[in-house]
Write a protein that binds this ligand. Structure first.
Ligand SMILES: [Zn+2]
Length: 216
């Protein structure tokens, strides 16, 4: 019996939370005590994790929920996990936990806390499941998620349906609003799942259009 870290990544609307919730329901059937944590930065849902479906008109609908403890910072997280009264720890939207400024490592306080838990409770069979975006809108590794992927025992990388061409290889959340900040909490109105071919990286399109205009 040892600890285990499972990481679920993929773009928005790829079913990460749905998969996380399915795993947690199975753990509940097995009578495991579960604890769910979510960064307080996610202002869309407070106090629970929710899987959502996108309707044909672009609106989203909540399909399943489980209650979660909202965590603002390292102190909150330490308080939640300090109780040791759980067999499964689930964390959703982990990309919102920040890295250090100035940059110290690729884990940040959250990734380091997970590493410590895995070490300290290595003989207990603790299972940690982390879900989150692996990349931001500009194809930059997002927060502590890439560091956690490196440490994981198992990784599930999901794809979504590209909202431009309909292929099943949607791998990034295209930002539809102009904002250069990494953290813009949004929904179907602000983001769209795109495949590599349909993805428009920030800056590239404007440059390509400029070149085309200069030529023409
Ligand atoms: Zn596409």
């Amino acid at each position: 019996m040892t600890t285990r870290l499972e990481v679920i990544v993929g773009p928005m609307f790829s079913g990460k939370t749905e998969l996380l919730i399915a795993k947690l329901h199975r753990a509940q059937y097995a009578r495991k005590r579960i604890r769910i944590v979510k960064p307080a930065h996610d202002t869309r849902t407070q106090g629970f994790i929710a899987s959502r479906a996108v309707n044909p008109d672009g609106t989203t609908e909540v399909t399943d929920t489980l209650s979660a403890v909202m965590v603002r910072n390292q102190k909150d997280f330490a308080r939640v996990v300090g109780a040791c009264d759980f067999d499964v720890l689930a964390v959703d939207e982990a990309q919102f936990f920040p890295l250090d400024e100035p940059l110290r490592d690729t884990l940040g306080w959250f990734g380091r806390a997970i590493r410590t838990l895995l070490r300290e409770r290595r003989a207990t069979g603790l299972r940690i499941i982390v879900a989150g975006l692996d990349m931001d809108f500009a194809e930059q590794p997002f927060g502590p998620v890439p560091g956690l992927l490196a440490m994981a025992d198992a990784v599930e990388k999901l794809t979504g349906v590209c909202m431009v061409c309909g292929s099943d290889s949607g791998y990034i959340s295209q930002r539809l609003v102009a904002d250069e900040q990494q953290l813009v909490v949004g929904d179907a109105g602000e983001y769209q799942v795109r495949c590599r071919r349909c993805y428009e990286p920030p800056g590239v399109c404007a440059a390509a259009e400029g070149a085309a205009r200069a030529k023409g």
